[in-house]
Design a protein around this ligand. Structure first.
Ligand SMILES: *Cc1c(COP(=O)(O)O)cnc(C)c1O
Length: 402
């Protein structure tokens, strides 16, 4: 069976050119970049060239890039680093209710350390309100951490306005741009971003490598102690093959950006139009316009996202849902609940995230099999057909309640 990969927000395949660039930094050029001999010098050079490419992708300076092990570490370093480095100025952080857990759990940890955190609500499209943000700022606020684009529903936040406001108020602005980097053009100078997290495996580099952009002059305290690597901000021998691959992926992303965005948007809009036309009782989750080029997220009323996933998987199609059964919990996504969806509607959600390698034929196949699967699952649902009894505000029986 031909397999179709529609889960690029979870991870992406490593580009072949990227993988090839990495190989010689494992087998032949294996020096430690901190060594003074020729083996060390050649890997140091490769690391610094990668830094230039990563910086160029977001219009930063090379010395504003710190290599990390990925998105989770970048978020931790940005948020804890600013919190600990600036606690004399204040102890208040503003973030949103729909962040990735790498941000949310870091903020919750900091609350236990004596910081106070405001979690901004979002509207039905997962968008924050600039008024809410403005009103949340106090003279103790040291950091605003708001994601660039949401990983589940694809909503893109008003990053430029947030950056402008943060700059006016003298507050640092961090954005988790893990979903956005490589998928939409980003200029950290134009957007007034002070710190930005990216992760290699979300844009065709390998897992376990990423970068944090820290604008020159931003005070960040290191959270991992050891050698003086990465300008004392991130101790540990550099992941040279990973970093070389990240540089290559950044170079390719920058080169192909415009073409890629147009292509992926085309597939996305075809799926959105196809589902809207063919399937009743659905809800498009996320913002209709301000959304990631490759993100599709729908709720299908009266069915469970997990059953939908399993049935698609039987057809060779890999997608994702808004409840985290696989991680041992049936709780629906905090993002969908924050948008005001009931438990039932949140449970019936499906995310399709597209990438460069997807084709029109794959989209056509998906649109051909999906309506039949949805209809079959609905025909087995006790709620379907007796829609009068269906009260979307009732929590469903399969959820764990807190
Ligand atoms: C994937 C992801 C992360 C985590 O990145 P890792 O490199 O997997 O640790 C953080 N934030 C967002 C928005 C993500 O999509």
């Amino acid at each position: 069976m031909k397999r179709i990969y529609f889960d690029h927000s979870a991870t992406t395949p490593v580009n072949r050119e990227v993988a090839e660039s990495m190989l010689e930094y494992m087998t032949e050029k294996y020096g430690n970049p901190s060594s003074v001999h020729s083996f060390g010098r050649e890997t140091r050079k490769a690391v610094e060239e990668a830094r230039e490419k990563v910086a160029a992708l977001i219009n930063a300076a090379p010395n504003e890039i710190i290599f990390t092990s990925g998105g989770t570490e970048g978020d931790n370093l940005a948020i804890k680093g600013v919190a600990y480095g600036n606690r004399k100025k204040g102890n208040h952080i503003i973030t949103t209710a729909i962040e990735h857990h790498a941000v949310l759990h870091t903020c919750e940890y900091l609350e236990k350390q004596g910081f106070t955190v405001t979690y901004l609500p979002v509207d039905e499209h997962a968008m924050i309100s600039m008024d809410d943000l403005r009103n949340a700022i106090t003279d103790k606020t040291i950091l605003i951490s708001i994601m660039f684009a949401n990983n589940e529903v694809g909503t893109i936040q008003p990053v430029k306005e947030i950056g402008q406001l943060a700059k006016e108020k003298g507050i640092y602005f961090h954005t988790d741009a893990v979903q956005a980097v490589g998928n939409c053009p980003i200029d950290v100078k134009e957007l007034n971003i002070d710190l930005l997290t990216m992760s290699g495996h979300k844009f065709h580099a390998s897992k376990g490598v990423g970068a944090l952009y820290v604008r020159r002059g931003v005070k960040v305290e290191e959270i991992q102690h050891g050698g003086g690597h990465e300008r004392n901000m991130r101790a540990g021998t550099e992941n040279v093959p990973g970093i070389v691959g990240l540089g290559k992926a950044a170079e390719i992303a920058r080169r192909d950006m415009d073409e890629k965005v147009v292509f992926i948007k085309g597939l996305r809009d075809k799926i959105i139009a196809g589902i809207t036309e063919k399937i009743p009782h659905i809800r498009l989750n996320g913002h209709p316009e301000m959304r990631m080029p490759g993100n599709v997220n729908f709720s299908f009323l009266y069915i469970e996202g997990e059953s939908l996933l399993l049935n698609l998987d039987l057809k060779g199609i890999a997608a994702s849902s808004g409840s985290a059964c696989t991680s041992g919990s049936l709780d629906p996504s905090h993002v969908l609940l924050s948008m005001g969806l009931s438990h039932e509607v949140a449970h019936g959600s499906l995310r399709v995230s597209l990438g460069r390698g997807n084709t029109e034929e794959e989209v056509d196949f998906f649109l051909a099999v999906l309506p039949e699967i949805v209809e079959r699952l609905r025909s087995m649902s006790p709620l379907y057909g007796s829609a009068a009894d269906f009260k979307p505000s009732n929590p469903c029986s399969s959820c764990h309640h807190h």
